[in-house]
Design a protein around this ligand. Structure first.
Ligand code: SAM
Length: 437
């Protein structure tokens, strides 16, 4: 056996002479210069470039070819004496399954980290396996076992496996694992992506089915919705047909006869409330824009909805003028400027104090606030929300201001002892609050 420190000596003589080393006695081997030393089991060396020297080549960069120095004879001799524990396990029964187990373990590890999506977790599994296997097979030398007095100190794992032979079953398998893992990663990524794409279609079908199974909207209301939708660029202000069905159901379930709406636009939802409360009921609308109010009034008149009034001006001001109302409202629907929501709620509660003479809302009435999920941004403002606008990090941006205001409203309603709340993920979010006193 050679001394390990001798093997690590970079001044070790090259294999250029007929050798009969006294150090190796009693296991001395002799062979001629230019021929390979005898190999365990009689295997022959595979040429890696220079067929005469049988040296293995490794490239340290794309452009340079690194020439591995000749292994010292003592080292070659040591390598030929005993089986290589470092590399032989690779061919042991069941050894290949370790890679599958490792990949599964890595996947679980990345999955348990909060905030890591499925796509990211697969990519991290891929990268960490590739990195780990590169370190293990190609970077570190002479490991895992300090074996045969360092006989394999100059060789990395890949060079040790199958005595350096290429295209062996073990090497084909080890090469195929990262390739298959990468392809699997790409496939899974696309499957996840396509399932995201199909989700809106799936949701749309479910909503269509639910609409079909729910109370029907009168033709004039359906027509007006379609007309606004096709004719106006700002038609996304309107509530959806499905939400209209829900509001009618809600109003009728509590026997509502008087509805106050903050934010009328061109009068669609007021028409829905009008239908819900019936001709004996009353709908009051508060609208900032005179132009919208005018269009709304024309639409109501044309379609025969006569029980709706609209007050033009900023709703916070108009609300105070409603203080002398003779009969309290059963429902207040808030669907106007989002930054005004919290203020409207405070005003409504103040104007509906228990025992007060002219209450705005009757006891056990409902406050329904629209857009209270704000495209899910109040619940999940992270990058994984597809609706998150690019400027969302800017607190001055339109959406950031709206989301902050809605969050404040949701908390204000949710934390108030006078209210019992239920936030429905219907359309853009409908926050229902029941006034308990
Ligand atoms: N509820 C309507 C519907 O579904 O058909 C849509 C209402 S739209 C989302 C919001 C409306 O609130 C707009 O018409 C806007 O002019 C009005 N608005 C905005 N700020 C207001 C304010 N301070 N006072 C009253 N109305 C306001």
């Amino acid at each position: 056996m050679t001394n390990k420190s001798e093997n690590n000596n970079s001044n070790s003589p090259p294999n250029t002479a007929k050798v009969s080393s006294p150090i190796l006695i009693p296991r001395t081997v002799s062979y001629d210069v230019g021929t390979n030393p005898p190999r365990r089991g009689g295997t022959t060396y595979l040429d890696m470039g220079d067929s005469k020297s049988a040296r293995r080549r490794r490239s340290s960069s794309i452009l340079q070819i690194y020439q591995e120095p000749q292994e010292p004879i003592e080292q070659l001799n040591d390598q030929s004496t005993l089986p290589n524990l470092n590399a032989n396990w690779v061919n042991a029964k069941g050894a290949w399954t370790i890679h599958i187990v490792l990949i599964v373990a890595l996947k679980i590890l990345w999955d348990v980290i909060p905030g890591v999506s499925q796509e990211t977790s697969w990519t991290l599994t891929n990268i960490s396996y590739m990195f780990g296997s590169y370190i293990m097979f190609h970077y570190v030398r002479g490991v895992p076992f300090d074996f045969n007095s360092g006989a394999y100190d100059n060789l990395n794992m890949w060079e040790q496996i199958d005595d350096g032979a290429q295209y062996t079953p073990a090497k084909k398998f080890l090469l195929s694992v990262p390739i298959v893992l990468f392809l699997l990663n790409v496939l899974i990524y696309h499957l996840i992506e396509s399932s995201h794409e199909s989700r809106p279609i799936f949701r749309w079908r479910v909503t269509r089915y639910s609409e079909f199974q729910s109370l029907s909207l009168p033709e004039p209301i359906k027509d007006y919705h379609n007309r606004i939708f096709t004719e106006r660029d700002d038609s996304n202000y309107m509530i959806s047909a499905f939400q209209s069905q829900a509001l009618i159901f809600l109003a009728r379930a509590i026997g509502a006869k008087r509805v106050l709406e903050i934010g009328v636009y061109v009068g669609y939802s007021a028409m829905v409330w009008s239908h819900a409360v019936g001709p004996q009921g009353k709908v009051t609308g508060l609208e900032y824009s005179e132009e919208y109010a005018k269009l709304a009034q024309e639409a109501w008149k044309d379609r025969g909805y006569e029980n709706i009034d609209v007050h033009v001006g900023p709703a916070a001001e108009t609300l105070t003028k409603l203080a002398d109302i003779s009969e309290p409202y059963d429902i207040i629907f808030i669907d106007a400027d989002k930054t005004g929501y919290s203020g409207y709620l405070r005003q409504i509660l103040e104007m509906s104090a228990p025992g007060a003479k002219n209450r705005l809302l009757r006891p056990v009435a409902i406050i329904a606030a629209d857009n209270t999920l704000r495209q899910g941004l109040v619940a999940d403002p992270s990058e994984s929300n597809p609706w998150r606008p690019a400027d969302f990090d800017n607190p001055e941006s339109f959406q950031a201001i709206a989301v902050a205001a809605i969050s404040e409203y949701n908390d204000l309603a949710g934390d108030n002892d006078r209210l019992e709340t239920f936030l429905i993920p219907l359309w853009d979010g409908l926050h229902l609050s029941r006034l308990v006193d």
